[in-house]
Design a protein around this ligand. Sequence first.
Ligand SMILES: O=P(O)(O)O[C@H]1O[C@H](CO)[C@@H](O)[C@H]1O
Ligand code: HPA
Length: 268
Amino acid sequence: MKDYKKLAKHLLERTNVKPEFALILGSGLGYLTKYFEDSHAISYSELEGFPQSTVEGHAGRFVLGKFHGKNVIAMDGRFHYYEGHEIKDVVTPIYVFKEMGISRLIITNAAGGINRSFEPGDIVAITDIINFAFRNPLIGPNDERYGVRFPDMSKTIDFDWLEKVEKTAESRGIKLKRGTYVWVTGPSYETPAEIKAYEFSGADMVGMSTVPEIIAARHCGINLIAFSCITNMASGILDKKLVHEEVVQTAQRVKSAFSKVVGIALEV
Ligand SMILES: O=P(O)(O)O[C@H]1O[C@H](CO)[C@@H](O)[C@H]1O
Ligand code: HPA
């Protein structure tokens, strides 16, 4: 069992910021930390026993500071199973957040749109998940310090929080969509036949992250909401090749609306 307490203590000792919220930033969404006030960056490589980021668009550092008046810690770079990390390492930050006393988490990602009413640039609130990677970060002895053996997953996100975000966003001219996110391991993008199968299963968008983080957060009792930035239509929907550069570029194109939504989630 990992010493999450030690990692949390180490992070808290590095700055005067006592974060109330944690933020996980998806591919191309790391720019958000540029808007933080009084920010301090701590590279993952400075933390003994901490995994390292390897994906383009994921810097590999924590940034602590103030955003919309709230103390936050952001992961500018998350861990994906396809990078070769152990599944338990993918969710290490979640338990570190728990040990830091954080009770609210905002997860973001870049995702491929399966639902044909979506288009690149849409911001979609995740309201349910499908685990088609068939990996689970809770496999192995249950870490009784944090949660029960069989966590309930009937509500993966905090719907009261989301409804407040939706209302405020709408009043500021931003219409959020809702959808079910399917997790696949990657790193190859999906085939058109796979996307048809996921569509048939009820998925609205697809990605290679987020679900392990949600499972771990549910396990240790951190309230969360999660947003996908639809960066491309999923394989086979358009006659177009998928490339990661486009994912990062689209994520950056919706900078303004996406950072407003995250700001609203901190305010409401
Ligand atoms: O989920 P995030 O980290 O936003 O990244 C998404 O973008 C990458 C593929 O382009 C994959 O890692 C996928 O999961
Ligand atoms: O189309 C996609 N598939 C999987 N992951 C993704 N992340 C962004 N777009 C995609």
